[in-house]
Design a protein around this ligand. Structure first.
Ligand code: NAD
Length: 296
């Protein structure tokens, strides 16, 4: 069993760290938020005073922080200064590919091994230990990370070298944002053309227009399997996080000269929706931006 330092106990990390403790690992945890830290202690972790001491004597350091700037800050100020040579670093946050690659190089220079391991699945999957991890890094780093990630997830996939986990995550989420936007506008058009939403779902979910956004996560209340649309668009994957991922995809596309017009359109729509106050709603609530009468 490993000695794990876990930094970042928010919506996601707050579920993940206790699952590692439940699996028998010795989990020392830290978060700037004292309430988040107390909740982790109640659920089997030990509290550390700060991000530097938590890394001392750890075999593995896991970070689950909001964005690239937070990960970079914690790595530079704490992890690189206190983790012993040979320590494995697993960053599960969703961050930009360039920062993930830069930190991996810096870690190697400091005698540490880093993998990027962003997740698919939301707060419920973090709690239930059913996340999907997309891992970027060396074969050795992946094999060392795998048993820990398996204690927190249902699937652990090696995407390629450093940064490839982040690349897979943002490509997947750009596709998801674009298909959700297309699904929302299609339901609005179908309704205006006089089609019943359930009837259109029955047809399209079995025809060539189907996608996960249509079949498994339908944005229309009362249609298809139960989704956040049936709960007033509460819970699920926040529109603000979708916007964050679409911005990361945009930055990455610019960096490599890829033309991503559908991703750009989805980013513009989610930007407008978040500006109008929709950021905490599930991302399928974008249908309200397309036609606000829809869910009244
Ligand atoms: P969150 O804001 O709820 O949690 C982040 C935590 O990090 C907070 O508790 C904060 O206090 C802590 N923190 C920030 N800076 C710190 C520092 N310097 N030292 C110690 N702690 C610090 O975010 P979240 O929803 O848990 O998301 C975490 C990551 O997972 C993000 O990158 C997000 O994009 C990604 N993600 C989230 C979801 C989701 O549904 N919430 C799904 C998939 C991926």
């Amino acid at each position: 069993m490993a000695r794990v330092a876990f930094i970042g106990l928010g919506h996601m990390g707050g579920g993940m760290a206790p699952n590692l403790a439940k699996a028998g690992h010795e989990v020392r945890a830290f978060d700037l938020n004292a309430d988040a830290l107390s909740r982790a202690v109640e659920r089997g972790c030990t509290a550390a005073d700060d991000a530097t001491t938590v890394c001392q004597d750890a075999d593995v350091v896991i970070t689950m922080l909001p964005a690239g700037k937070h990960v970079e800050d914690v790595f530079h100020k704490s992890v690189f200064t206190s983790a012993a040579k040979g320590t494995l670093l697993i960053d599960c946050s969703t961050i930009d590919v360039a920062t993930a690659r830069k930190l991996s190089d810096e870690a190697a220079f400091a005698g540490l091994t880093m993998v990027d391991a962003p997740v698919s699945g939301g707060i419920a999957a973090a709690e239930g230990g059913t996340l999907t991890f997309m891992v970027g890094g060396s074969d050795d780093g992946f094999e060392r990370a795998r048993p820990l990630l398996e204690a927190m997830g249902k699937a652990v996939i090696h995407a390629g070298g450093p940064g490839s986990g982040q690349a897979a995550k943002i490509c997947n989420n750009m596709l998801l944002g674009a298909t959700m936007a297309a699904t929302c506008e299609t339901f609005v058009l179908a309704q205006k053309l006089g089609l019943d939403a359930q009837t259109f779902f029955d047809i399209s979910s079995k025809a060539s227009g189907q996608s996960w956004s249509m079949t498994s996560y339908c944005p229309v209340p009362g249609v298809g399997p139960e989704t956040p649309a049936d709960r007033g668009y509460e819970g699920g994957f926040a529109a603000a996080l979708m916007l964050k991922d679409l911005k990361l995809a945009h930055e990455a596309a610019e960096a490599v000269g890829a033309f991503t017009p559908m991703g750009a359109e989805a980013e513009e729509l989610y930007g407008r929706f978040v500006d109008q106050g929709g950021g905490t709603k599930d991302f399928s609530a974008l249908i309200k931006l397309i036609d606000d009468s829809w869910t009244k």
